[in-house]
Design a protein around this ligand. Structure first.
Ligand SMILES: NC(=O)C1=CN([C@@H]2O[C@H](COP(=O)(O)OP(=O)(O)OC[C@H]3O[C@@H](n4cnc5c(N)ncnc54)[C@H](OP(=O)(O)O)[C@@H]3O)[C@@H](O)[C@H]2O)C=CC1
Ligand SMILES: CC(=O)C(=O)O
Ligand SMILES: [Mg+2]
Length: 428
């Protein structure tokens, strides 16, 4: 058995307790009196309050801090379609991160269907239970139809993490990598490899952040998406079809400033990397194995600015820096949806935080490594306790500014203090 497999399987069954999450009661239930409050007859009282006024669910149930992490397992990380049940470790993992980094509670829901209409129907029916819906590892193109419909149907935020979480973090990373490379966003020539959930939305957000759409070439499993191509033109790919002679990834990356990998392992070769412009930005974000290994990238070029989606290399460009903090901010103002403004506010907050000096307590979580804004530190780390203050607050503010907050905040200093108080238990 390889070492990682051995360690990971042991971790997932530690303490004779299979899996990574459990349900904990937040109220005492040790006496007959408490039982008669938690359950019948006392429980009838909040039932009637909620039946009378729906918003009372936020006062008397866990709805307001509870997110559904919903998958059908059709695009589990970069492992492809492994089915609903096999997606459960990832969905439980997302639950752990929601809790650990933003004190958001999660039920993971694995749905055994590939039919978008059924997923839409089931998730809509679950709306009363939750304060928000995080769709996860549902493949393109179905993910677009599912998310669009649910955003329209639901009065709580619905967010496909692989689309928007990934876009937010990689936009923060790209803004900073461009600055470090001494290049302007509007001059960057970018190749996005992967035209699925993540590839499409990352590209859209790069364009919103200043990249010129004509400077982006997108590739999928059969190569460059060019104008006039007929095969496999599913989902939103046609929006990114370019007038170009490039047909393969190798053609596309010649002279490019950035390679954005949201595809499969080991598809960017050393020769391709050598053909890129000076100070090439390589975000090899396929999980668990990147499009090019950092070892090969650094051995190939000294000037590469390298990031992966993994936790065990510098520059983790991964949606873990997004979903916990974005939902925290959205839940706290009871946002109806997560708008483009909220997403951009999240990206900018992360890009800005990376430029702040890093406290020793954060460095300690990374074995005392010196984390200073630069090639090896493009975005903050998930263990940086300041991320919640910066990102959740930015998201909550943007929700208020954009008029989607059902419970707007006016005293931001009070909210900042509340966020810190909420997280104290995790920072000991
Ligand atoms: N670091 C992070 O935070 C995140 C990383 N990811 C990673 O991005 C990848 C894609 O995830 P997601 O978008 O959700 O999945 P989807 O299934 O929605 O999309 C996968 C895309 O990859 C394309 N593809 C497959 N093989 C190749 C290839 N050889 N060369 C180029 N493109 C290829 C597919 O092409 P076709 O359209 O032709 O089928 C499709 O467009 C995964 O590896 C995942 O781990 C995803 C989300 C977050
Ligand atoms: C990180 C993540 O969500 C993915 O790779 O699918
Ligand atoms: Mg995912």
């Amino acid at each position: 058995m390889d070492e990682l497999k051995d360690k990971a399987l042991k971790y997932h069954s530690l303490n004779n307790k299979p899996g990574k999450i459990e349900v904990v009661s937040t109220k005492p239930c040790m006496t007959a009196d408490e039982l008669s409050l938690a359950y019948t007859p006392g429980v009838a009282k909040p039932v009637l309050e909620i039946a009378d006024q729906e918003e009372n669910a936020y006062l008397y149930t866990s709805k307001g801090n509870l997110v559904a992490v919903v998958s059908n397992g059709t695009a589990i990380l970069g492992l492809g379609d492994k089915g609903a049940l096999a997606s459960k470790p990832v969905m439980e993992g997302k639950g752990v991160l929601f809790k650990r980094f933003a004190d958001v509670d999660v039920f993971d829901i694995e749905l055994d269907t590939k039919d978008p209409a059924k997923i839409i129907e089931v998730v809509k029916m679950m709306e009363p239970t939750f304060g928000g819906i995080n769709l996860e590892d549902i493949k393109a193109p179905e993910c677009f139809e599912i998310e669009d419909a649910l955003v329209e149907l639901c009065d709580i935020p619905v967010f496909h993490d692989d689309q928007h979480g990934t876009a937010i973090i990689s936009t923060a990373g790209l803004l900073n990598a461009a600055e470090i490379a001494g290049k302007k966003m509007e001059d960057l020539k970018i190749v996005v490899n992967g035209a699925g959930a993540a590839g499409i939305r990352c590209t859209e957000m790069f364009i919103a952040a200043g990249v010129k759409s004509e400077n982006v070439i997108m590739c999928d499993s059969i190569g460059v998406i060019y104008k006039g191509r007929k095969e496999r033109m599913t989902g939103l790919k046609s929006n990114f079809a370019r007038e170009t002679d490039a047909r393969t990834l190798a053609d596309a990356v010649k002279g490019a400033d950035a390679f954005i990998g949201l595809s499969v392992p080991d598809c960017l070769t050393a020769d391709m990397l050598l053909s890129m412009n000076h100070d090439p930005i390589v975000f090899a974000m396929s999980n668990p194995n990147p499009e090019i290994s950092p070892e090969l990238a650094h051995a190939t070029r000294d000037d590469v600015i390298m990031a992966t989606g993994r936790s065990d290399y510098p520059n983790q460009i991964n949606n873990v820096l997004g979903f916990p903090f974005i939902f925290r901010g959205a839940l706290d103002v009871r946002a109806r949806k997560i708008t483009e403004g909220m997403k951009m506010a999240a990206a900018i907050s992360l890009a800005n935080l990376a430029k702040e000096p890093v406290p020793q307590s954060v460095k300690n979580a990374y074995k005392g490594k010196d984390l200073v804004f630069g090639r090896e530190y493009l975005v903050p780390t998930p263990f940086d306790h300041r991320v919640i203050e910066w990102e959740s607050l930015a998201v909550a503010k943007a929700a208020c500014d954009e008029g989607v907050a059902k419970k707007p905040i006016s005293d931001w200093e009070h909210y900042r203090a509340e966020l810190n108080r909420r997280m104290e238990k995790f920072w000991k």
